[in-house]
Ligand binder design. Structure first.
Ligand SMILES: O=C(O)CCC(=O)C(=O)O
Length: 278
């Protein structure tokens, strides 16, 4: 079934390497997610903790710490877009909660000319295959739980850079390549960008941490970035697939393709264009 928001998002990712889907998160649910994220960040939980330079904080695999974070991951609109972009043989490779601090300029050690922070995802792929031969096996979807604006450090992208065969040039003394933009993402919107799209966390000069939830979807034959998940018993079939359920029957016997059957059924149910069987 055609939905203009999905068509536009698919075209955006195909043509520019990124797209914004408007109004994915319900306002009340977004506030709830922000409260849950702030609770985790204020805790002393170390499982999946991802602390970085300049006071960056967060959690890899945040869905395992609070299942509420699974809800945006399985959002039907986003899933339909991912299915159009990648097909049904996908899983969640990562669920990342990121709190980006707002350090004083004189204390910044990242997003400075020496470390501008621009990168492609799945860096191992470009390193192993070369920038020119890197395919698109994964797409990210980001939500911003704190006020989004250019001052709060939204993820910046370089439009069209998914087709680049070399690193984008950054002028001496600058921190962003020419043409880099901060996408126009609203409070309830989702930002999609593929693994080859060059991107970086924007500068947060708001004085408050910026909190984002970033999910990465990719093929089931790729290794998950986060720790393996113990799939919770009440998980839906779609959630089980996203969490990495293996190709097994209920009795544990090998059943080739069974792990992808939920999203194959979802594709059929919603009459999304299906890939040819290989
Ligand atoms: O925090 C951000 O906005 C940037 C995130 C990022 O670079 C990534 O997910 O690879």
């Amino acid at each position: 079934m055609s939905d203009s928001r999905i068509d536009a998002a698919v075209a955006g990712v195909d043509e520019a390497g990124y797209a914004v889907i408007r109004n994915v998160l319900e306002p009340e649910f977004r506030r709830d997610l922000r409260d849950r994220a702030q609770w985790l960040l204020a805790s002393d939980i170390t499982r999946g903790r991802d602390r970085g330079a300049d006071g960056k904080d967060g959690f890899r695999g945040c869905i395992t710490l609070d299942r509420a974070f699974m809800v945006p991951a399985a959002d039907p609109l986003v899933l339909k877009t991912m299915l159009r972009l990648l097909g049904p043989n996908i899983q969640l490779l990562s669920s990342h909660l990121i709190a980006m601090p707002s350090p004083p300029k004189e204390h910044r050690s990242i997003r400075v000319p020496e470390r501008p922070g621009w990168h492609r995802d799945m860096y191992g792929v470009s390193r192993d295959l070369g920038l020119a031969a890197t395919p698109r096996p994964a797409v990210k979807c980001a939500y911003y739980l704190t006020e989004p604006s250019v001052r709060t450090g939204l993820t910046m992208v370089l439009p069209g850079s998914h087709r680049l065969q070399v690193r984008p040039a950054i002028a001496a003394g600058a921190i962003d390549p020419v043409g880099a933009i901060t996408p126009d993402v609203g409070r309830h919107d989702a930002l999609l960008f593929e693994n080859r799209t060059w991107h970086a966390g924007g500068l947060n000069v708001s004085g408050e941490p910026r909190i984002a939830l970033i999910y990465q979807y990719g093929y089931r034959w790729l290794a998950q970035v986060d720790d393996p998940v113990d799939i919770w018993p009440e998980a839906t079939a779609v959630e089980r697939q996203l969490l990495g359920a293996p190709d097994r029957d209920d009795d544990g016997a090998l059943a080739k393709g069974a792990g992808a059957s939920a999203l194959a059924a979802f594709t059929h149910e919603h009459k999304l264009p299906a890939e040819e069987d290989s």
